[in-house]
Design a protein around this ligand. Structure first.
Ligand SMILES: NC(=O)c1ccc[n+]([C@@H]2O[C@H](COP(=O)([O-])OP(=O)(O)OC[C@H]3O[C@@H](n4cnc5c(N)ncnc54)[C@H](OP(=O)(O)O)[C@@H]3O)[C@@H](O)[C@H]2O)c1
Length: 310
C-alpha cells in the first residue's frame, strides 16, 4: 500500500511516498481502509522532529486524523464491524500506524461511528480540531448560555468549530482573525471580531468568563487581562503559571486533547443534530502531500486541508 513516511526529520522535502506492507490489526484494534485524512499543525511538529523522543524509530508513517471504512477487526473487538464508516485518529504516538496511508490500524478506543451527514473529507478534517473544541467548550469551560468567551484564532481549524459550538450554547463570542478570515468568522456567527494585526484585543474587551487560546505566546499572556475574577483560560499551547493565576484570580488550564470514542461521539452529535459545519478549504490527493503541507505552511488557509486517499 502507499504511505507517506519520513526517513529523517526536516522540511516538506523529507516527505516520501513509499510502498509498504498493509498493517495487521492487533488485539483491540481495527484495520481501516483510509478514505481521507487531514493536516494539523502537529503533523508539521512531528515531521520537523520536535517530538522525536516520543517516536520509537524511523521511518515512520505520518498522519493522525482519519476517516474510512473498517475492513478487518482484531481480537476482542465486537462493537465495530467490517463495512462500518468510522472517524478518529491513527497517529503512531497513540498506538496507530499513521493516517497518511491507504490502510491504517488503530485502537478502537480512538475511533467512533462517522457522522452520517458529512463526507469522508469533512469527517477526517474535523477529528483533532473538533475534539479539541468539544473538550475545551463542554468540559474545561462548561460554557453556559449568556457567558462571554473570547476565541483566539477563529478562522483556524479549532476556532471554526469552537465558534459554532459556543454560539449554539448561547454564549456571546468575540474572536480574533485577520484579512479574509474576518468575514469568514462573522459568517460562522461570531458576535465581535477583532483584527489581530491592527487591533489590541486586551484594550477592547474585559470581564470575560472564558478565553480559548489556540495561538499561545503573547496572545496567551495578554489574555489574562480580558478575564473576570474566577474566569477560565484554556490554552492549546501554554502551560499555566500558578503565580499569574493568583495575580489575576483566574483558572488557567493547558489542554492535551484526547481523541477518544466518547469525545468523537459528542462531536458527532454537534455535527448531526446541531448542524455544526466543517470547513475544508482545500483538498489534495495523497500523492500531492508535499503540496498540501506547503499550502498549510505558507498559504492562507481558513478551516482545514483534507487529504483525499480513496
Ligand atoms: N495541546 C493539544 O493537544 C493540541 C491539540 C490540537 C492542536 N493544538 C495546537 O493548537 C493550535 C491551533 O490548532 P489549529 O488546528 O486550530 O491550527 P490552525 O488551523 O493552524 O489555526 C491557527 C489559527 O490561528 C490564527 N492566528 C495566528 N496568529 C494569530 C494571532 N496572533 N492572533 C489570533 N489568531 C492568530 C491563524 O490565522 P492566520 O491564518 O491569519 O495566520 C489560524 O487561523 C496549534 O498550535 C496546534 O498545534 C494542540
Amino acid at each position: 500500500m502507499k504511505a507517506v513516511q519520513i526517513h529523517t526529520y526536516g522540511g516538506v522535502n523529507k516527505l516520501e511516498i513509499v510502498d509498504i506492507e498493509k498493517p495487521k490489526p492487533g488485539k483491540g484494534q481495527v484495520l481501516l481502509q483510509v478514505y481521507a485524512s487531514s493536516i494539523n499543525p502537529f503533523d508539521i511538529v512531528m515531521r520537523e522532529g520536535y517530538v522525536q523522543k516520543m517516536i520509537p524509530s524511523l521511518p515512520v508513517t505520518l498522519g493522525s486524523d482519519v476517516a474510512g471504512v473498517v475492513v478487518k477487526v482484531g481480537e476482542g473487538v465486537d462493537h465495530l464491524h467490517v463495512g462500518e464508516k468510522v472517524y478518529g485518529q491513527a497517529i503512531v504516538l497513540a498506538g496507530g500506524s499513521g493516517a497518511f496511508a491507504e490502510f491504517a490500524v488503530t485502537p478502537v478506543t480512538s475511533i467512533a461511528k462517522m457522522p452520517e451527514n458529512i463526507g469522508f473529507n469533512e469527517a477526517a478534517a474535523v477529528v483533532l480540531t473538533g475534539v479539541s473544541a468539544v473538550q475545551a467548550i463542554c468540559e474545561h469551560f462548561n460554557l453556559q448560555s449568556g457567558q462571554k468567551i473570547l476565541i483566539h484564532g477563529g478562522a483556524g481549524g479549532i476556532g471554526t468549530i469552537a465558534i459554532q459550538m459556543a454560539k449554539l450554547i448561547g454564549a456571546y463570542v468575540a474572536t480574533t482573525a485577520t484579512g479574509e478570515g474576518i468575514d469568514y468568522v462573522k459568517k460562522l456567527g461570531a458576535d465581535m471580531v477583532i483584527d489581530y494585526k491592527s487591533q489590541e484585543f486586551d484594550q477592547l474587551i474585559f470581564n470575560y468568563d472564558a478565553v480559548f487560546d489556540t495561538v499561545g505566546g503573547q496572545t496567551y499572556e495578554k489574555s489574562f487581562k480580558v478575564l473576570k475574577k474566577d474566569g477560565i483560560i484554556v490554552s492549546m499551547l501554554a502551560k499555566p503559571d500558578k503565580n499569574v493565576m493568583e495575580q489575576y484570580g483566574v483558572i488557567a488550564i493547558a489542554q492535551a486533547t484526547k481523541v477518544t470514542t466518547e469525545h468523537l461521539d459528542m462531536l458527532r452529535n454537534f455535527i448531526t443534530v446541531e448542524n455544526v459545519t466543517v470547513h475544508v478549504d482545500k483538498v489534495f490527493p495523497l500523492d500531492k502531500i508535499k503540496k498540501a503541507f506547503k499550502a498549510k505552511e505558507t498559504g492562507d488557509i481558513k478551516g482545514k486541508i483534507a487529504i483525499e486517499i480513496k
